[in-house]
Design a protein. Structure first.
Length: 313
């Protein structure tokens, strides 16, 4: 998938690295002030960041986070940009470090970049041969290979069920544990060969779900998302907004629940219990904003994207 310019915009989205989804919708959601301070939690190809910079004046600031070292190649030569080569779970810590304890908006696009999928040696995609790696931050130690070789059958079952919605996740986990000692699991093709007897339905779809589950686990994506969301009320100025784009039902549920009630569990209303909880965020988008038909034709991966917006009270 190649990067392209957005229609109606002169923003070049980042040199073949990644096509940003819900581009105009997410920029509009942030209500950008020319002299404000904004955070792009997932810089990637810099598409969303360039859009923010276009709306900022000379005194505005963009703070861009990305744990993937490859993303630094896409940094614009712009004095208004502060780059933080870290996971967004460390949002508050690094904002304080750079003397921006409060900001006017936070954007996060939780999708994996097209670049990561297209680099075979990263191990994210079933389309290429490569190592079973899947680390977004190559400074960390846990790889997909380690997960497959060391996790218990129950752990594997749960991660394939929850993060990949794999239909036969229990059978899959048992098969891996029974075969992992005598099979090599160094590469994607090794893994595909091992899985062949248990694949159900469309092989490409099945393997994509398995790979998604492993990627989420290797990068602790749900843990990082929870930590970032919990920091939003502390880092946002009153009236500032958070705009989060998700691609998976679990991510979307976490964002929805946190924006609505400041926590992650579904709240069951009990008329006999009056629990006063301080609400610090106001939901701006009652329903998630999704891609237009035009965008899904232009960029098929935008089909599963959901944008939710909240404002600091």
């Amino acid at each position: 998938m190649k990067e392209k310019k957005h229609e109606g915009s002169n923003v070049a989205s980042g040199s073949g690295y990644h096509v940003p989804v819900l581009f105009h919708e997410s920029l509009e959601a942030l209500n950008i002030k020319p002299n404000g301070v904004y955070v792009d939690c997932t810089f990637g190809g810099g598409g969303h960041s360039r859009g923010i910079l276009e709306k900022l004046g000379a005194n505005g600031t963009l703070i861009a986070f990305d744990q993937d070292a490859d993303a630094q190649r896409n940094l614009p030569d712009d004095k208004r940009v502060v780059f933080v080569p870290q996971n967004f779970r460390h949002l508050q810590r690094f904002l304080r470090l750079h003397k921006f304890p409060k900001v006017d908006g936070v954007l996060a696009d939780l999708g994996v970049s097209s670049h990561q999928f297209d680099e075979g040696e990263r191990g994210f995609s079933i389309r290429f041969e490569g190592p079973l790696d899947m680390r977004m931050d190559r400074r960390t130690e846990l790889t997909a290979e380690k997960v497959l070789l060391t996790y218990t059958e129950l752990q594997l079952h749960k991660l394939f069920e929850q993060y990949g919605e794999v239909t036969n996740s229990k059978t899959l986990a048992k098969h891996i544990v029974q075969n992992r000692k005598q099979s090599s699991l160094k590469t994607i093709n090794d893994f595909r060969a091992m899985l062949h007897p248990v694949v159900k339905g469309n092989p490409n779809k099945y393997l994509a779900q398995v790979f998604q589950a492993l990627r989420i686990e290797v990068n602790d994506e749900m843990g990082a998302l929870k930590e970032m969301l919990q920091q939003l009320p502390q880092v946002l100025n009153p009236g500032a907004r958070a705009a989060i784009i998700t691609f998976h039902s679990i991510e979307d549920r976490l964002v929805k629940n946190f924006f609505k009630q400041g926590g992650f569990d579904e709240v069951i209303e009990n008329p006999f219990v009056q629990e006063e909880k301080e609400v610090l965020l106001k939901v701006i988008s009652k329903k998630p904003i999704v891609a237009t038909e035009e965008e899904t034709k232009r960029n098929p991966r935008s089909r599963s994207a959901k944008l939710r917006i909240a404002e600091r009270i």
